[in-house]
Design a protein around this ligand. Structure first.
Ligand SMILES: CC(C)(COP(=O)(O)OP(=O)(O)OC[C@H]1O[C@@H](n2cnc3c(N)ncnc32)[C@H](O)[C@@H]1OP(=O)(O)O)[C@@H](O)C(=O)NCCC(=O)NCCS
Length: 329
């Protein structure tokens, strides 16, 4: 627990677990008010807790009248092994409660949790639209390591695209062929190392972990998990899938588009993405969003060709744990 210094409004920081429903509600309400562009939902927290038990630390900052005004989380980065040196970081403080030391107190709380679990730093991602957050992070030694160009496609009135695959490849979905998950995993193992990132490559991990993280999720509709199948071998050559934004049935994200190296340059990514757009149009989705590292020219060209329009960039940052002796600029 942290108490505010003399002269500051009183507040305290407390850890909470997800089975504390009131605290979880308060956490989600603050997060979703502060960063509506990066929401979370009870369902996705439940998924996270079941899939990665004990691997996320959560805190609330409560003011003198007992009202929650800030929240923070830190924990495992799903795209890396559990032994990865950094924790993922999120800190949110309601605008009216800012500039009174609450963000700093939450940062110290998650840093303590990180240090206790052997972590050496944080990784996070924040829309360039959040000026307060970028100033806060920059003043604490965080540096930009990656810039993701985000784009959005409005689906209202859009005629569903008709995907066309080259000869020898057929379009199907995980809904039609649930038996193909191991083959999809083999695509991910081959393709993920080629995804540009500001850090070490993202990892497909084991088939079991891949299934839990990328496939068997309530917000990943199997009908929108498009597969390009090599008819000669019954092996998946590439896939593209959607994931609903937490708590939404009308906004979905392109979760992944991946093509095996041997099948690249033949229009598979475009056709697979078109298949997911067609599914979205047919299933009441109103908008699709996706993001790519600024250096991912092939995927960004596909998105531009499909009519996606830029929204504010998402900035990936690395930074230290509080108290690491990093000098303020
Ligand atoms: C980033 C964020 C969490 C900071 O919350 P906060 O409660 O305002 O944080 P603090 O009050 O501890 O620090 C903010 C600034 O106010 C200053 N401050 C602290 N107490 C103060 C006081 N009593 N009077 C005036 N300034 C004060 C701090 O020194 C700090 O300035 P600095 O960065 O130059 O050190 C908040 O702006 C936010 O929720 N932003 C949106 C979400 C986000 O961007 N999160 C970060 C990414 S994970």
């Amino acid at each position: 627990m942290t108490e505010a210094g003399a002269g500051s409004p009183p507040f305290r920081v407390v850890a909470f677990e997800v089975d504390d429903a009131a605290s979880l509600d308060a956490h989600l309400a603050i997060r979703n008010e502060v960063t509506p562009d990066n929401p979370d939902s009870p369902d996705s927290v439940r998924w996270e807790t079941e899939t990665y038990p004990g691997q996320v630390h959560r805190f609330l900052a409560v003011d003198g009248s007992g009202t929650p005004v800030g929240t923070a989380t830190a924990g495992r980065i799903w795209m890396h092994e559990a032994s990865y040196e950094r924790y993922w970081l999120g800190i949110w403080v309601l605008p009216a409660a800012r500039r009174s030391g609450i963000g700093q107190a939450l940062y110290e709380a998650v840093s303590h949790a990180g240090r206790e679990h052997g972590k050496t730093g944080f990784q996070t991602e924040l829309s360039e639209a959040h000026a307060d957050g970028h100033a806060f992070l920059a003043h604490r030694g965080f540096v930009e390591v990656e810039r993701t160009k985000l784009v959005r496609l409005e689906l209202a009135g859009l005629r569903p695209p008709v995907p066309a695959l080259p000869d020898g490849l057929v379009l199907t979905s995980l809904e039609a062929r649930p038996d193909l998950v191991p083959s999809v995993h083999r695509v991910a193992v081959e393709a993920f190392p080629d995804i540009p990132t500001g850090d070490e490559p993202v990892a497909a991990l084991s088939l079991e972990e891949f299934r839990a993280r990328d496939v068997d999720r309530a917000d990943v509709p199997p009908g929108a998990f498009a597969l390009a199948l090599d008819a000669a071998t019954d092996e998946v050559a590439g896939y593209a899938n959607l994931r609903f934004a937490p708590g939404s049935t009308t906004l979905a994200w392109h979760d992944m588009t991946a093509v095996r190296p041997a099948f690249r340059g033949r229009g598979l990514a475009l056709a697979l993405k078109q298949a997911t757009i067609a599914w979205a149009v047919a299933n009441g989705v109103e908008a699709l969003e996706t993001g790519n590292d600024e250096h991912n020219a092939p995927m960004r060209a596909v998105n531009a060709r499909l009519g996606y329009r830029p929204i504010p960039d998402s900035v990936g940052l690395h930074g230290p744990l509080a108290g690491s002796g990093i000098l303020r600029p």
